[in-house]
Write a protein that binds this ligand. Structure first.
Ligand code: PLP
Length: 491
């Protein structure tokens, strides 16, 4: 041990000598840069040899790391070898083709290149002046995506990190449009404000609940609307709720239908909901965080009927467009409302070109914004519209194929329709009383084995297995493997 320390100190001196001040020397960066790229290439090539779910126990990593930072800089080769020893075992591999839990998402290699360059530029896209590339590329690439999704030209996009944040901004825009002077006067201590209402289905993602909490509207402002047996919001129930609320003196400000709900990927009837929003003058925000990407596939457009009537739409290329986390897009018909709600230019951010240029900082709570558009630009250019469509189609085909196996088997049953690439199902073999316990055990056993990862939801009180298909690396053989794993646990 002592000998190791002496050796390390010796090596350390060499490193320090080379380093002194400034960044890693270019030669060293090149050497390790190639190693890191090789590392990532090997990772993608051999990812299937790794357990999908990390097999470590809680605190394993913490216990294997020093409690305080190193006094002297370390050799990057040593740091990199610790990635193998310490980090890799603690990774749950979202990029594994048998990651079918939650929404199965994965990055592409070109997306990784985008992240590398973004980190190298390290721009904080607040003002056009500080980041013309980020500002203008964002506009252009979001307009490409808008066209690919067949949205009208009056939608303008802005990139945030996540759908949770995009939707929070959409609700803020809806609140701003209600003209209640909240930007200046706030909401606390005011007795002239009605209870504001936001409406969404009972299957809405929890980010909407968090959005109303963050904006100070409170959970009591969120009214959840009943769904039909396909887990879709019932427009009649929405209209009734709005009527009741208006009669009670409340102020409906926003309705949020989802295209691709989290539990089942069900589709709320946006067109019928848009009629109601128009009638009552309510902001319509569509949560297409998961399924929005499929709007680029012509035969899937039927699920988006009426979304062109929305005031705002969120979609997440980081979910299902092979773009590394994070990149969420908020499209708005009138982005200037966000500017009215959030623009604030202190002296030190005033520039002579503030007129006529778009300054990203004006459209939300963030000042600095990452250069996220670069990775989406890479992804769209590398695969092309055609390549992206082919991959999304294949994922949906695989999900339907898996669903057909479930349907054909007497030991399994489907619990929800499959509009996209998520299958909700459960085991139901004869002679078992507690199907919830059986299905939970099947899921936990498979997940613990590291062979595949599934997640669950509860539908009509039933423990439901969820299998999502969305990895850029997934093939039919991966679905066959899961089907065998599942059936192997019935015996
Ligand atoms: N909306 C829907 C329908 C989702 O499924 C999710 C996440 O799965 C979100 C919003 C939140 O996404 P994010 O993690 O980007 O905030």
């Amino acid at each position: 041990m002592h000998f190791d320390v002496i050796l390390m100190d010796f090596g350390q001196n060499m490193v320090d000598k080379a380093r002194k001040l400034g960044d890693m020397p270019a030669d060293e960066f090149r050497k390790y840069g190639y190693e890191v790229v090789d590392w990532i290439a090997n990772y993608f090539e051999h990812i299937e040899d790794l357990p999908v779910l990390s097999q470590v126990e809680p605190d394993w990593l913490r216990d294997n790391l020093p409690v305080s930072a190193p006094e002297h800089g370390e050799d990057f080769g040593v740091i990199l070898s610790d990635v193998d020893k310490l980090i890799l075992p603690s990774v749950t591999h979202w990029n594994h083709p048998n990651f079918h839990g939650l929404f199965s998402t994965s990055t592409s290699s070109v997306g990784v290149f985008g992240e590398m360059l973004t980190a190298a530029f390290d721009m904080k896209a607040m003002l056009w002046r500080t980041s013309p590339a980020s500002t203008e590329l964002e506009d252009v690439v979001l307009d490409w995506l808008r066209q690919m999704m067949d949205l009208p030209a009056n939608f303008e996009g802005i990139i945030y990190d996540t759908a949770s944040v995009s939707t929070m901004h959409a609700i803020a825009a809806a609140r701003e449009r209600a003209n209640l002077r909240i930007r200046d006067e706030g909401m606390s201590g005011r007795d002239d404000l009605p209870l504001m209402r936001v409406y969404a289905s009972e299957h809405v993602h929890s980010s909407i609940d968090k959005g109303v909490v963050t904006l100070g509207l409170g959970l009591r402002s969120l009214r959840k609307i009943e769904c039909n047996d396909r887990f879709e919001m019932i427009p009649k129930k929405l209209a009734e709720a709005i009527e009741q609320d208006i009669a009670a003196g409340y102020l409906p400000i926003c309705v949020i239908p989802t295209v691709g709900t989290t539990s089942t990927s069900s589709v709320d009837p946006v067109d019928a909901i848009a009629d109601i929003c128009e009638k009552y003058g309510i902001w319509l925000h569509v949560d297409a965080a998961y399924a929005g990407s499929t709007a680029i596939v012509p035969e899937f457009r039927k699920y988006f009927k009426g979304w062109e009537r929305a005031d705002s739409i969120v979609t997440n290329p980081h979910k299902w467009l092979f773009t590394p986390f994070d990149l969420s897009v908020l499209y708005c018909k009138d982005l200037s409302i966000l500017k009215e709600a959030f623009a604030l230019v202190p002296e030190y951010l005033k520039t002579s070109d503030s007129k006529g240029v778009k300054n990203g900082m004006d459209y939300g709570i963030q000042l600095g914004r990452r250069f996220r558009a670069l990775k989406l630009w890479f992804v769209i250019r590398y695969f092309g519209r055609e390549g992206l469509i082919a991959r999304l189609r294949e994922h949906c085909r695989l999900a339907r194929l898996f669903a057909s196996w479930v349907e054909e088997s007497e030991n399994w049953e489907m619990l929800a329709p499959v509009p996209f690439a998520l299958v909700c199902f459960r085991a139901c073999p004869n002679g078992i009383d507690d199907l919830d316990a059986l299905n939970e055990k099947i899921m936990n056993d498979i997940n613990a084995s590291g062979d595949a990862y599934l997640s669950h939801t509860k539908l009509n009180g039933k423990f439901t297995l969820r299998l999502s298909v969305g990895s850029i690396r997934v093939e039919e053989r991966h679905l066959i493997k899961v089907w065998k794993l599942l059936n192997g646990r019935l015996n």
